[in-house]
Write a new protein. Sequence first.
Length: 172
Amino acid sequence: MKKLFFVLLGLTSLNVYAADPTYDATRGALQNNSALCQYGYNPNCASSRQHQRKQPTEIVNINVPSKYGALAVNLKTGISGGALDMDSRAAAEREAIRTCEREGSNKPCVIAASVRNGCIAVAQGNKGKILKTFYGMKEPGLAETEALRKCRAAGVSGCKIVVSEGCSMPKF
């Protein structure tokens, strides 16, 4: 048994003499392998990395077409009509007036508000005997709050949403 132990101890000590003399145990195996220079693992390859030109990151601009919305109203009757998700402001305004006028039975309607890539809502309240209207145009979820804020800021009582938020947002 002593002979076997002595032989194993001798073989184990030979491993120390067979190790690579350039190996730096504090650097790790991957960092000293020159075959891995191209992957950036070996910090000793700095000179070879200087010769490689790093390709710049390509920036791609994606043009997403805007969407438009509009609201038209007949100032005498208070009847309104709207359009959402149109490709141009003019198209949105034409469609809003057409919807408001309903083939001539509610003429004349005028554009009250329009929006590009946003949302629109309408609040009304009373100021004495006069009915006041306020338009909120903001990003999704905020148009109704904006319309009510404008209504209250004007000192109008009984402010309420009369046209719920409608959005014209680009589709990705």
